[in-house]
Design a binder for this molecule. Structure first.
Ligand code: HEC
Ligand code: HEC
Length: 254
């Protein structure tokens, strides 16, 4: 029932060409902000600058930057990710789109710091032990090749000094004792009735028989050490500038 509005919208697409947001008044932006703060802020941050979900305030979107893309991603969610489908009326979604657009002007400026020097800090502090950038580096942590396109500078800074603040469930660590009494730890990938699959702390895929597993526990803290005390404030600024500069070629500001 609640999704019926999708049909008339789809029908008018070919005629209209580029879809225009019909709800862009100041009152619409204010309503959009209200919905955003109660339903989206837990993942995207109170001001949309990112948390578990990406920064939406930078005016650059990995999954498409037109109003229509935003509309579809918010209405339908993004398959295979933690972005849920949200069953709102079309008007309500357009108000959220208007609110997201209103954020862009605030976040465009590059953070202070020197990206070139930050790249050197990244290498010398051992970040690439766990992170890939453009195909180089370890695989225990997320690939950072395009991290600047989806995370705000504030979020990047927090990831480095307070890694525990936001940890995606993909990086929660499970631990248990297997049937032979060995202690096992890793990122949980999948489980079914008979087996548990995880990525071990050496990065390899492992599978265990469920039978006989003992002391199953989940640790939601980050596997990444905090660098709060290990970097000067200049090094931290430079590192954030470097990470912020990592974004797909040709997908700059739109
Ligand atoms: C449970 C957490 C969660 C909630 C709640 C959530 N999102 Fe998301 N959202 C995500 C994640 C995670 C992604 C990134 C998906 C990916 O690319 O892996 C995302 C992606 C997006 C994108 C695409 C960003 C891009 O770069 O293309 C938009 C737009 C978006 N969300 C808007 C919203 C809005 C608006 C709401 C509230 C109505 C909302 N989200 C609620 C987690 C969430
Ligand atoms: C021992 C492995 C390890 C090292 C070393 C490490 N990280 Fe991480 N990092 C991780 C893991 C695992 C995660 C995912 C869990 C989390 O969000 O904290 C992560 C997350 C991140 C994120 C957040 C990514 C996102 O998509 O939200 C950033 C940014 C980051 N690391 C940067 C760095 C930088 C910069 C350094 C060096 C100063 C570094 N890491 C060193 C393992 C590591």
């Amino acid at each position: 029932m609640r999704r019926l509005w999708l049909l008339p919208l789809a029908l008018c697409l070919p005629a209209v060409g580029e879809v225009q947001n019909p709800r862009t008044s100041a009152a619409d932006v204010a309503s959009g902000a209200k919905t955003f703060r109660s339903h989206c802020a837990p993942c995207h941050g109170y001001n949309g600058t990112g948390g578990l979900g990406p920064n939406l305030a930078a005016g650059r979107f990995y999954h498409g930057s037109t109003d229509e893309d935003l509309f579809n991603n918010i209405s339908n969610g993004i398959a295979g990710t933690e972005m849920p489908g949200l069953f709102y009326s079309a008007d309500r979604v357009w108000q959220i789109v208007a609110y997201i657009r209103s954020l862009s002007s605030a976040e465009q400026a590059a953070p202070p710091g020197d990206a070139k020097r930050g790249e050197e800090v990244f290498a010398s502090k051992g970040c690439s032990r766990c992170h890939q950038v453009d195909g180089q580096g370890g695989e225990l942590g997320p690939d950072l090749s395009q991290i600047g396109a989806s995370r705000s500078a504030a979020y990047l800074r927090e990831s480095i000094v307070k890694p525990d603040a936001e940890v995606s469930p993909r990086y929660w660590r499970v631990s248990f004792e297997d049937g032979q009494g060995r202690k096992v730890q890793g990122f949980l990938l999948n489980e079914d009735t008979y087996t548990v699959q995880l990525i071990g702390m050496n990065g390899a895929l492992e599978s265990y028989d469920r039978a006989g597993l003992k002391d199953f526990a989940i640790d939601k803290r980050s596997a990444m050490p905090s660098y709060g005390g290990a970097l000067s404030s200049q090094e931290l600024d430079d590192l954030v500038a470097y990470l912020w500069s990592l974004r797909p070629a040709g997908r700059g500001s739109k």
